[in-house]
Design a protein around this ligand. Structure first.
Ligand code: PMP
Length: 285
């Protein structure tokens, strides 16, 4: 993915895609001192763009890492990158990290904080599962205790178990893995939040130890606007057997129906289709 044409914004300049490189002694590469955002641009407008930029700065603060750009500067960088590549519809990836410094070690006081904005054209995150329903494996790893790591940060270090769990899921023919949290409650997938439907009401895990996704919050708002009751609560894995519908939410995933989790089956039902279409309309409006 590195040797191709295109433009990437890096530390205030637009550089060629193939020249957007970092040194091998980059702090982030060794100690996961990196935070990022995933955003989607629809018809020339990035959905909830400023919220994503604010979350990036907050993720940096949570890692004791001050990103040397303001929300307005990040906004400008994202649109400059899209313009330089001629994209109106694309996925936008902003990343900030601690670079190579005067010395190398766990302390990063002498390492500069750097930032880049890249993008690519990305269709359905889960391929044809977007219409048919995704199959999820149950991950053997758990979302960590908030006392062990800043779980609200969209930070690289929190994705190590995501990659491992996703590989195991893919080996089993699944699209993704569903994590339980450190207490054993249902949490989220490796890059998306989860919702369930039962008796016309919606249930979603309380986001108290994982990313409270921007799409999650948007979809909760859309459901409430439709007069649907949404329960944000602790969900036991034993409850999976009783839910009728299920979907995932995320910037990349958008609203993707889930057809199966482990041995439990769900229908791609009317409410799932309705909320998926409503979300689709909103992001393009
Ligand atoms: N959880 C994780 C672990 C994620 O990576 C993402 C994608 N950013 C989400 C949830 C959904 O967040 P959002 O709706 O803000 O994209």
């Amino acid at each position: 993915y590195d040797d191709r044409d295109g433009k990437i914004w890096m530390d205030g300049k637009m550089v060629e895609w193939r020249d957007a490189n970092v040194h091998i002694l980059t702090h982030a590469l060794h100690y996961a001192s990196s935070v990022f955002e995933g955003e989607r641009c629809y018809n020339g407008t990035i959905f909830k763009s400023r919220l994503h930029s604010e979350r990036l700065l907050k993720s940096g603060q949570l890692l004791d890492m001050t990103i040397p750009y303001s929300v307005d500067e990040i906004e400008k960088a994202k649109y400059a990158m899209l313009k330089a590549n001629g994209w109106t519809d694309a996925y936008v990836r902003v990343v900030a990290w601690r670079g190579a410094g005067d010395d190398m070690g766990v302390s990063a006081r002498r390492n500069p904080v750097r930032m880049a904005v890249a993008g690519w054209e990305w269709g359905n995150y889960y391929g044809d599962a977007k219409t048919k329903g995704a199959k999820l494996d149950i991950a053997k790893w758990r979302r960590p205790d908030p006392r062990t790591i800043p779980v609200e940060a969209k930070a690289a270090g929190l994705y190590m178990i995501c990659t491992m769990s996703k590989h195991i899921a893919e080996d089993k023919g699944c699209s993704d893995a569903l994590f339980m949290d450190y207490r054993g409650y249902v949490a989220e997938a490796t890059g998306a939040n989860i919702f369930f439907v039962k008796d016309g009401e919606v249930h979603t895990p309380l986001a108290d130890c994982f990313l409270n996704g921007i799409t999650r919050q948007t979809v909760i708002g859309l459901l409430k606007d439709k007069g649907i009751t949404v329960h944000e609560r602790r969900i036991e894995p034993s409850e999976l057997a009783g839910f009728e519908q299920c979907w995932l939410t995320g910037t990349a995933a958008e609203v993707t129906p889930v057809g199966q989790i482990g041995d439990f089956h769900f229908e791609v039902g009317a409410l799932t289709r309705d909320i998926s279409e409503t979300y689709e309309k909103l992001v393009r409006s």
